[in-house]
Design a binder for this molecule. Structure first.
Ligand SMILES: [Zn+2]
Length: 454
């Protein structure tokens, strides 16, 4: 899901208090009583279907949206994804009909919560709602952790949070700040976990707009959303006060721990990635597994991994250097042998050779061999081709080089010849490279052979 504005924009006072004081009477008739406002851990409830609409229809299957008079399902908003679960209706016969919930959205206009499902339920149907507990608890931990983290960033770095995103594997907040040191990140993480360990109460109350504005002026409210009317206030005792309509822990201990995973520069500031609670445990377990597996492969303890990898990198660099020297030496010997085997005929010695791995690992080797062939021998032409494999259907590489005592222009000859065979290439007078479709390779090489033998 995409990044949206901070959760506090969704702050809305409890349905019961709002519907009488701030909203029109007809709104009161349609709006959904949001049960999660009063109890974030409520995952079973009874309700009645108040409306049903067809959202879409594809391949004979409809997707419906169902409104209830009351619901504990959290709709996607404020960076937090919707709850999943099901609505269960009982027919007169006693048979149960289960409608799986595949999306939940809110209508900002009439304050209704819509539940998406492929099973239609008629208005007036009594239903039992069941919310998937693990997903709800996970969202509560990440979302409450975000309140804590945002407050800690304000306290330690003076950095306000501008957006929050709760993702599948980890969550992020964007901070309005230009840079962030590792030391500051560690301080913020330490402070957040200290507040979690202290298990401070998290209270949800309703405040008037005037009260909220007074708090904001006194620096006692982190953020105030633009909406008018009463506001739902979420307060971590002696640490943070924020306007928010989301689901929260009852005390900070339920967040279970907060782990910062990294920070990166983004357009609007710095993006900080974090995980809380059971997700943090899972992330630590996955990391530990990867580290121990890697350490076992290198036969070191996992704390010695950085040094072991630095050693490996140095060895690999040294080996590559040696390989380069040996390859050049080998190409030199091979060139000498080829020169011995190929006589000068008609005033020119044409060494024509097709190369493939492992004999010639890449086109660069073919080029190296061509330069060795033509560097010190007389009246010599190297006409080499290279392909990744004999069966490869892709274009073949052609290398065309000559010794300095010959007069023709390799670059021009290669370019013109390959162009007439559907290929392309070019180079200098004494060394040229190009590519040609495999099916035209032989005729292109024959043409080059003829042109340099004239
Ligand atoms: Zn919140």
């Amino acid at each position: 899901m995409t990044i949206v504005a901070s959760c506090c924009q969704n702050a809305r006072a409890s349905a019961a208090s709002l519907c009488r004081s701030n909203l029109e009477h007809d709104l009161y008739n349609t709006m959904t009583d949001r049960l999660y406002y009063a109890d974030s851990f409520l995952t079973n409830f009874d309700a009645t279907v108040t409306d049903i609409q067809e959202l879409s229809r594809a391949n004979g299957q409809s997707l419906w949206r169902i409104a209830l008079d009351r619901s504990a399902f959290y709709p996607t908003s404020g960076g937090q994804p919707y709850d999943t679960g099901r609505l269960i209706a009982t027919a007169r016969s006693g048979a149960e009909l289960t409608a799986e919930i595949v999306g939940v959205e809110e209508d900002e206009g009439d304050a209704r919560v819509w539940h998406h499902t492929s099973k239609p339920l008629l208005a007036g149907t009594p239903v039992r709602g069941e919310i998937d507990t693990a997903r709800r608890l996970d969202h509560i931990q990440q979302h409450s952790g975000q309140h804590l983290l945002s407050a800690a960033f304000v306290q330690i770095c003076g950095a306000p949070t501008v957006s929050f995103h709760l993702g599948e594997a980890s969550s992020t907040i964007d901070l309005a700040i230009d840079s962030l040191t590792d030391a500051a990140l560690q301080q913020v993480e330490a402070l957040s976990n200290q507040v979690i360990a202290e298990d401070r109460p998290v209270a949800v109350t309703v405040a008037s707009r005037e009260q909220a504005e007074a708090w904001l002026a006194a620096g006692e409210l982190r953020k105030l959303p633009p909406r008018s009317g009463d506001l739902r206030i979420v307060e971590i005792a002696d640490f943070d006060r924020n306007a928010c309509g989301g689901t929260h822990v009852n005390s900070t201990g339920q967040i279970g721990g907060l782990h910062l995973r990294g920070a990166e520069k983004v357009k609007q500031g710095i993006r900080v990635e974090f995980v809380c609670g059971l997700r943090a445990m899972h992330a630590a377990r996955v990391d530990f597994h990867a580290l121990t597996r890697t350490a076992r492969l290198l036969s070191v303890g996992f704390r010695e991994l950085p040094e072991a990898i630095l050693r490996l990198q140095a060895e690999a660099k040294q080996s590559a250097k040696q390989m380069q020297i040996l390859t050049a030496e080998l190409a030199g010997h091979r060139a000498e042998e080829l020169i011995r085997q190929t006589p000068i005929e008609g005033g020119v010695r044409v060494v024509r050779l097709h190369l493939t791995p492992p004999d010639a690992p890449d086109a660069a080797y073919a080029k190296l061999l061509a330069s060795k062939l033509t560097a010190r021998s007389e009246r010599t032409v190297a006409l080499l081709s290279w392909k990744a494999s004999e069966t490869a259907q892709e274009a073949a590489t052609v290398i065309f080089a000559r010794s300095s005592d010959l007069a023709f222009d390799c670059g021009t000859l290669l370019r013109e010849t390959l162009a007439t065979h559907g290929g392309r290439g070019g180079g200098s007078k004494d060394m040229a490279q190009g590519s040609v479709p495999s099916k035209h390779l032989e005729t292109a090489l024959n043409a080059l052979n003829q042109s340099c033998s004239r």
